[in-house]
Design a protein around this ligand. Sequence first.
Ligand code: SF4
Ligand code: SF4
Length: 124
Amino acid sequence: MIFKKGFSYVFNENACKDCGGKCCTGESGNIFINEDEIIHLQTHFGLEKKEFRKKYLRKVDYKMSLKEVEFEDGFACIFFNQKERNCGIYPLRPYQCRTFPFWEYFKTHKEELQKECIGICYLS
Ligand code: SF4
Ligand code: SF4
């Protein structure tokens, strides 16, 4: 169980294996990634910067996001392992993914988070 100061819920990471990756699939969205994270991933895949960006990234204003692919009735992150239904780059996933579900946004969007993540348990 993971607790984080300032949040009114805890997160049970064991729930992920029963979930099927809801936070990596569904409606289209941005999965932002920073320069250091890009370098780690392109090194991991043994690709040149240009090739990696073309294959896996899209530009959103001044930031970079992971691409999505069509999946079931919606979309999945390009690194979502569709067979195993989990993250295919788990140790190298971006900060945005590593900090889920403890996002400032969810402090005020309780229903949305409850709908999305079965690992959440509200305190009291
Ligand atoms: S939605 Fe929650 S339970 Fe499901 S994979 Fe993501 S973090 Fe784990
Ligand atoms: S990088 Fe991994 S954890 Fe993040 S959205 Fe893609 S599949 Fe999910």
